[in-house]
Design a protein around this ligand. Structure first.
Ligand SMILES: [Cu+2]
Length: 612
């Protein structure tokens, strides 16, 4: 009986039945044992396959905070094996699935053929148990990326790793040493149970509910009344919080203090990746300013900040120059302030300087929800004039507590709208002077049906706002208007077509979708035309931020930078925000587009885009 030469075959199946031998006999297995982890079950795979695999997806017991827990690992660890490629080469990545369910690896942010993108059900069928799948694609970009499983909840269970692509030509900035800083959220709970609880009660994990001591009774009552009507809670910044999650830096809990080493005088490049399933982080290094040189793997004009918010699936590269001999804390606080990941930058292991004082949990205000009448402008004394349109809300003109009580329900009354370019006040005489991306737009008559509980009366660009909880930061915080590509486009081609997509949801039923439909209700893919330049506008009708990721093609963020507008693979869309991206539709085939909050994607905020 002849067998196909497995190393050459792009897919091969293993018959587990006839293979019990070879335990411990292969290089791959020895390498896995080297990381100090005990396999939870014996492998019954052909040594030949183990040897030829570069990445092995497998359930293993790992330790987090000193506690044993089951993870989906890649080569035995969380994060998985770091993958390093070189621009200009042809990548060949052999992935062996030792799980008892299908898996997949998706190369997040890579431009590659649809069949290599790794999204089961889109242009790829997944990797069956025991199968070796070979990904092959030309590498025509460089920078910091990551990869992760696109199957089930494997990503939440640890199936992700960094993907670093060395540039063909030297980087345009100098650094002496580099570290990946991969942020994630770990749960000792079963993600299926988390989702089931979210479906039962969307604020199950919202242990941050207001307390009288912190917030005062009056404020709470005001908030209860208005927020109760919207079936949300003003602390609803994350579906799953630090009460459930342990936040990790490079797979390490704060107590175990991951340490990146530098020597005196060195410039350090930190490749920051948010690989969390459902957590945004605000990252800073007290005592050090950070010069951001890359966003989503793309070189940008350097911008120096003290803090940055990193949405799920985004990457930022920053340069820092520590003063020799000192230790610094890399502090990544969850957006809802319910916890943090942290580590240390130091000349040697064992140093630490502790974490900074924790900040107050921010409240999502009516203003930030676009409920303030004139979007972004809460005028003291202004009464609520039909502040929102909500299907099922029968008194549109009602007096919303908090809407007309200046100073009472508005943490952050600093009116971010006031320092807008061009004093952007949509609805006033100066509205025409607002930059195009910032303009306020009224919601149309379509309220997106039963899959949506609310529409924002008006939405506007908020690209120059640091976001909830950071408005009052006493230091520089990165905003999307700071992002300008390093090498400008030669031309600014006209847009051929515009398309608007609303991000919608029904929190009570935990349904998420686009235009009121969850994925299972969307009968056809969204058609893109090959060769067109498409302006896609995301309108967020929900009260949560959503990191939207398009596979296969770059999105150019329309942020007023013209030929300098940056390319991104993941765009954060704030509550009541509208954000446009320009897409050169240059990749035929079917591609995924979805929210990168794993539970939102699973609950329906996912679409297939078809380029024909
Ligand atoms: Cu989402």
């Amino acid at each position: 009986m002849t067998r196909p030469p497995r190393k050459e075959a792009s897919q091969s199946r293993v018959s587990r039945r006839h293979f019990l031998a070879g335990l411990g006999a292969t290089g791959a297995l020895v390498a896995l044992e080297g990381c100090g982890l005990t396999p939870t079950r014996r492998m019954e795979t052909e040594p030949e396959l183990l040897e030829s695999a570069d990445l092995i997806v497998e359930r293993r017991t790992i330790q987090i905070r000193g506690r044993q827990t089951e993870a989906v690992t890649i080569n035995g660890t969380v994060p998985g094996k770091p993958v390093r490629l070189r621009e200009g080469e042809d990548a060949v990545l052999r992935v062996l699935n030792l799980l008892d369910v299908d898996t997949s690896l998706h190369w997040h942010g890579m431009i590659l053929p649809p069949g290599m993108d790794g999204v089961p059900g889109v242009a790829f069928r997944g990797i069956a148990p025991g199968e070796l799948f070979t990904y092959r694609f030309p590498v025509r970009q460089n920078g910091t990326y990551w990869y992760h499983s696109h199957s089930g909840f494997q990503e939440q269970l640890g199936a992700f790793g960094s993907l670093i692509i060395e540039p063909a030509k030297p980087d345009p900035y100098a650094f002496d040493v580099e570290h990946v800083v991969m942020l994630s959220d770990w749960t000792f709970d079963d993600p299926m149970r988390i989702l089931a609880r979210l479906k039962k009660s969307s604020d199950y994990y919202n242990f941050n509910k207001q307390t009288i001591a912190q917030d005062g009774l009056l404020k709470i009552l005001e908030n209860r009344v208005s927020w109760g009507r919207m079936r949300m809670n003003p602390t609803d910044l994350a579906d799953v919080t630090g009460a459930t999650y342990t936040y990790l830096m490079n797979g390490t809990a704060p107590v175990d203090n991951w340490t990146g080493i530098y020597s005196a005088g060195q410039t350090v490049r930190l490749r920051i990746v948010n690989a969390a399933a459902a957590s945004y982080f605000d990252l800073r290094i007290p005592g050090l300013e950070m010069t951001v040189v890359q966003a989503d793997g793309q070189n940008i004009q350097p911008v120096t900040v003290d803090e940055l918010r990193i949405a799920i699936a985004e990457t930022y590269d920053v340069l820092v120059t520590p003063k020799g001999g000192r230790a610094y804390t890399i502090f990544a606080e969850a957006m809802d302030r319910s916890g943090y990941a942290s580590g240390t930058l130091a000349p040697r292991v064992g140093m630490s300087v502790g974490v900074p004082a924790r900040r107050r949990r921010p409240l999502l205000t009516m203003k930030q929800m676009g409920m303030g009448g004139m979007a972004g402008m809460d005028m003291p004394g202004m009464s609520a004039k039909k502040p929102m349109d909500m299907p099922g809300m029968d008194k549109p003109g009602m007096n919303m507590p908090g809407m007309n009580m200046p100073g009472m329900n508005m943490p952050g009354m600093n009116m971010p709208g006031m320092n807008m370019p061009g004093m952007n006040m949509p609805g006033t005489a100066t509205a025409s002077e607002a930059p195009g991306w910032a303009r306020s737009v009224e919601h149309g008559p379509d309220h997106h049906g039963a899959g949506n509980t609310r529409v924002a009366k008006s939405t506007r660009g908020r690209l120059d706002e640091p976001g909830i909880g950071l408005e009052d930061a006493p230091h520089r915080v990165l905003v999307y208007t700071d992002l300008r590509r390093l090498i400008p486009r030669e031309t600014e081609p006209p847009v051929d077509r515009e398309l608007e997509l609303h991000l919608t949801g029904n929190m009570e039923r935990y349904i998420w979708g686009f235009d009121g439909k969850k994925f299972s209700e969307a009968s056809t893919p969204i058609p893109f035309k090959y060769g067109e330049r498409l302006r896609l506008t995301f309108v967020n009708d929900t009260m949560m931020s959503h990191p939207i990721h398009l596979h296969g093609m770059w999105m150019e963020l329309v942020n007023g930078a013209g030929k300098d507008q940056p390319r991104k693979h993941t765009i954060n869309v704030k509550p009541s925000e509208r954000v446009s991206v320009d897409i050169d539709v240059d990749a035929r085939g079917r591609w995924a587009m979805h929210c990168h909050i794993l539970y939102h994607m699973d609950a329906g905020m996912f679409r297939v885009v078809e380029v024909s």
